[in-house]
Design a protein around this ligand. Structure first.
Ligand SMILES: O=C[C@H](O)COP(=O)(O)O
Length: 241
């Protein structure tokens, strides 16, 4: 059976004080969460250590939003895998469209980050997905196939989560139809050598659409941006029906 992974991606939001406030509101709601559901908080680097100390053995796993492929070195502004694992980080988002769009992330650097993460025991959440322009041009399937082909060279698919995030649905409220997300995720699965890789949907996941999204046969979780910032909203999502 495939694992269910619901991850919150806080992006560049929340100070340490705001992170603690979130935990106070959010943690009690986990009493209703089935143990088989993996809940991940991908917080900014500055909040990770503090969150780690305040998880108190809960089932919540800690995630980062980027990782460099070298163990150390002169790479100003980057973060190394041992720095993350030392403070209890288990997951790391790699290749988010915001990294690809604003910070020059390429499939080649994505591939290096994935392999480095795995080499240090981190589980990468690889993001793939098409822009509006690519979708309108009928290029969705080919684009995703190419991303997967390049990103996954030499990557161990037994320690991997994939997030299908149509770029046009991110932060726009313009959610991809659940059935369409299910179709694309099904196609992604056909390209994998290990079919049980959990594949999430991401892009305007909200309390009012999570039930329909998670009812789809191919969808194994969600990567949640805006709606993961507020405790009751993220609680509703992780406790989907
Ligand atoms: O990583 C999360 C995605 O970019 C989705 O963000 P969103 O839920 O705010 O649309």
């Amino acid at each position: 059976m495939r694992k269910i992974v619901i991850a919150g991606n806080w992006k560049m939001f929340k100070t340490q004080a705001e992170s603690l406030e979130f935990l106070q509101g959010f943690m009690p709601s986990l009493e209703q969460t089935p143990e088989a559901r993996e809940v991940v908080l991908c917080a900014p680097f500055t909040a990770l250590s503090l969150i780690s100390k305040n998880l108190h053995g809960s089932l919540v796993q800690l995630g980062a939003q980027n990782v460099h492929w070298e163990e150390q070195g002169a790479y100003t502004g980057e973060i190394a895998a041992p720095m993350l694992t030392e403070i209890g980080v288990r997951y790391v988002i790699v290749g988010h469209s915001e990294r690809r769009q604003f910070f020059g992330e390429t499939d080649e650097t994505v591939n290096k980050r994935l392999k480095a993460a795995q080499a240090h025991g981190l589980t990468p959440i690889l993001c793939v997905g098409e822009t509006k322009q690519q979708r309108d041009a009928g290029e969705t399937e080919a684009l995703i196939a190419m991303q997967l082909e390049k990103d996954l060279v030499g990557v161990d698919q037994h320690n991997l989560v994939i997030a299908y995030e149509p770029v046009w649905a991110i932060g726009t409220g313009d959610t991809c139809e659940a059935s369409e997300a299910n179709r694309v995720i099904g196609l992604i699965r056909t390209q994998l050598s290990f079919p049980d890789v959990p594949i999430q949907y991401g892009g305007s996941v909200k309390p009012n659409n999570i039930d329909e999204i998670m009812a789809q046969a191919e969808i194994d979780g969600a990567l949640v941006g805006g709606a993961s910032l507020e405790p009751s909203s993220f609680a509703r999502i992780v406790n989907y029906q």
